[in-house]
Design a protein around this ligand. Structure first.
Ligand code: ADP
Length: 401
């Protein structure tokens, strides 16, 4: 018997094999189908997908054989990978000096005939083989050889798919981690900025109150600008904090009756309303299995937008209704406001997207982004339908369980 030699590029080859994270994984149907097919095509009792590791060969699939690995020193496949471009055919291993006294030839599983096609990665590394084995002397015809080569390429495709899938999942996780970090960072930054800002604002207010005789009209204008700026910054920080927190507190253990909740929201919003009092209609809203705090924020943002984005001096009319499917509650909030151009119906849910300047309508552009986050954490989706100049309807769903 001759021990298989170690390929020149062994270090890189093993690294490439490691990258697939396939060693010691459980059997999978896709790979087992290939070995079954290989045995059917070659008419052999055994077919293997063998991956040549440092000290052993690991069988990702082993049709007709119990063992899931054997020592590399006895491996036929470890010989086959030395000629990556071709199939290795051994018609009768008992007459081949490389294998004659190999324990796998002399004992179980009594390998006599061996046909192994190397599994070559796109970078050219031979990871192992797809091989077919018989316990009697044999050969293969050209059709069988071609079919075995096709199947070996399919094994590599499966391995590549597995690797790409994993890379995608890793990238997704990385994105999630980054987003979480950014959220925590925004929360911390907004939280820490609140206090010094409050100080700036209170001292500016004090200044405006105390030395009125000293200030001429321009000075007063400047002080008012500063106070106004601080107030806007305060609102923005509050919205940022709300956005960072949105959805985190969602649980399905709490039952929330939406009728009193909307009543509370309406009272809060209309008490701040300076112009014409809005008409807000709702009835028979359900009790849902979601915590009150995020739901309140969600309805508060949508209803206050429905009132805010209104033509000057018009009376806002808002209608809130609900319907259900087997799995979800669906809510509609319809207004008679200024409407939204079709091309912005998606982007309004992105953070900081505003369609108007703050002289026209105040805001931070975080309200709908917070709504989206809450709805998604509740297992639903949010979208809007609108006609410019006529009004909009915001729809969202939340999962019942
Ligand atoms: P903002 O703080 O600006 O209100 P939102 O995230 O709540 O931020 O909304 C984003 C943008 O979507 C708003 O600036 C506005 O242009 C548009 N919008 C939201 N709700 C309505 C609505 N009911 N009618 C018309 N436009 C709306």
């Amino acid at each position: 018997m001759k021990k298989p030699e170690i390929p020149e590029n062994e270090e890189q080859r093993l690294r490439a094999l490691g990258d697939y994270q396939i060693l010691d994984t459980l059997p999978e149907k896709d790979y087992d189908d290939i070995t079954r097919l290989a045995s059917a095509i070659c008419d052999t009792p055994i077919s293997l997908i063998s991956l040549v590791d440092e000290q052993r060969q690991f069988f990702k699939s082993h049709h007709g054989l119990e063992a899931s690995e054997t020592m590399r020193d006895y491996s036929f496949c470890a010989h086959a990978i030395h000629n990556p471009d071709d199939i290795m055919l051994v018609s009768d291993s008992r007459k081949d000096e490389r294998f004659a006294d190999n324990p796998l030839v002399e004992g179980n599983p009594f390998v006599v005939f061996y046909a192994g096609v190397p599994l070559i990665t796109p970078e050219g590394y031979a990871l192992g083989t797809l091989c077919s084995i018989d316990t009697k002397p044999r050969t293969l015809n050209q059709q069988q050889i071609d079919a075995l080569k096709c199947l070996s390429r399919q094994v590599v495709h499966l391995l590549e798919l597995r690797k790409k899938n994993r890379q995608l999942l890793d990238a997704q996780q990385q994105l999630k981690d980054n987003a979480k970090f950014m959220e925590e960072f925004a929360y911390m930054a907004a939280h820490d900025m609140k206090e010094p800002l409050r100080m700036v604002k209170s001292f500016m207010l004090l200044l405006r109150k105390r030395h009125t005789e000293k200030w001429d009209d321009t000075d007063k204008k400047y002080i008012n600008f500063a106070i106004n700026g601080a107030e806007r910054m305060e609102n923005l920080l509050m919205d940022l904090l709300e956005y960072a927190k949105a959805g985190v507190v969602t649980t399905h253990n709490e039952q929330t009756d939406l009728n009193p909740l909307i009543q509370e929201v309406v009272e809060l919003i209309t008490s701040e309303e300076m112009g014409k009092q809005p008409l807000i209609l709702f009835s028979d809203l359900p009790i849902v299995a979601t915590s009150k705090t995020p739901l309140k924020l969600l309805f508060q943002n949508l209803i206050s937008n429905a009132i805010k984005y209104q033509q000057k001096d018009a009376q806002a009319q808002v209608k809130i209704s609900s319907e259900q499917t087997d799995t979800h509650w669906k809510f509609n909030i319809t207004d008679n406001g200024i409407g939204i151009k079709e091309e912005y119906l998606q982007s309004i849910f992105d953070p900081f997207t505003r369609l108007h300047n703050r002289q026209e309508y105040h805001g931070s552009g975080l309200g709908l982004a917070s709504c989206k986050k809450i709805v998604e954490r509740c297992g639903g989706t949010i979208w809007a339908v609108s006609e410019e100049g006529k009004g909009s309807t915001f729809y969202f769903t939340i999962a019942k369980k």
